[in-house]
Design a protein around this ligand. Structure first.
Ligand code: LHQ
Length: 258
């Protein structure tokens, strides 16, 4: 349900239930989580590229798996606690860049997982749908946190309350994603970006990610203190020494990721 391949320091994770638009069932959840756990543990992984197989990125939770006609009162909180929240925490806490290539429709949790990644590119034909409102649910996968931060409360509420699809161009112009790419060029462009990041100073990039995320809750003074601490740490990395040495020697740096 998730294809996993490591090349050039990039762990490519491809959601792979294309006939269901890569909707999440339990198996796909566990496979994706295993991919991000590997990204945390394996020093050969220096960036992650998340994308989807087929014509969609992900249609969110597999609604067939939670068929109310089969009876019983569902505990969706359990699904969130067991599957989505651990995944979102793994993405945000990974101190390596996570690139997301949204190859087609991203609905429900599928959209919000894309917004939780560090650099999200989308195919021109992709669209984003906060589908939750159509079935009486609340945006999850961090959507109620990321949407107002990325686009402001007015747009966040309209997206979440109407569940209207948002085209990729608008998503980029609103700052929900980094860039729109022609459909045929998406995967090459996203792979090249991920490979460039994977060849970068991984420690410094990881600390940069931590710092920017911390700004969501820190006061200015706390953030200045954090920058001091993280710069101290970055300054002790082998890649900082290499970066400065390469600059002084007028050559390209060769970062080791340490
Ligand atoms: C699907 C799905 C899908 C199963 C397309 N499930 N099969 C968390 C906790 C616990 C429970 C609930 O949820 C959550 C978080 C969430 O993510 S809630 C939001 C769940 N997602 C949705 O409500 C989106 C439902 N899907 C759609 O609205 C449409 O499929 C979209 C707009 C994504 C795409 O539309 P189309 O391009 O017209 O494709 P389609 O509807 O024809 O779908 C293609 C196939 O994929 C189709 O199967 P079939 O056998 O008929 O060819 C769909 O049934 C299946 N599929 N989404 N979420």
């Amino acid at each position: 349900t998730v294809l996993s391949a490591l090349a050039d320091g990039v762990l490519r994770l491809t959601l792979n239930r294309p006939d269901k638009l890569n909707a999440f069932n339990d198996e796909m959840h566990l496979a994706l989580r295993a991919g991000f756990e590997r990204a945390h543990a394996d020093e050969h992984v220096r960036a992650v590229l998340l994308t989807g197989a087929g014509r969609g990125f992900s249609a969110g939770q597999d609604l067939g798996d939670r068929d109310p006609r089969k009876g019983g009162t569902p505990d969706l909180g359990h699904t969130i606690e067991t599957f989505y929240n651990p995944l979102l925490r793994l993405i945000r806490s990974l101190e390596k860049p996570v690139v997301c290539a949204v190859n087609g429709v991203a609905a429900g949790a599928g959209a919000n997982i894309a917004f939780a990644c560090d650099i999200t590119l989308a195919a021109r034909s992709a669209r984003f749908i906060q589908a939750f409102a159509k079935i009486g649910l609340v945006p999850d996968s961090g959507g109620t946190w990321s949407l107002p931060r990325l686009v402001g409360e007015a747009r966040a509420k309209a997206l979440a309350l109407t569940a209207e699809p948002l085209d990729a161009e608008t998503a980029a112009s609103w700052g929900l994603i980094w860039r729109v790419v022609d459909d045929a060029a998406l995967i090459d462009e996203a792979s090249a970006l991920a490979a460039r990041l994977a060849a970068g100073p991984t420690r410094g990039l990881g600390l940069t990610k931590r710092a920017i995320q911390a700004a969501a809750t820190n006061a200015f003074d706390e953030q200045l203190d954090l920058e001091r601490d993280l710069q101290r740490e970055a300054g002790r990395s082998a890649d900082y020494a290499e970066g400065v040495t390469a600059f002084l020697e007028k050559r390209k740096p060769e970062f080791s990721g340490r």
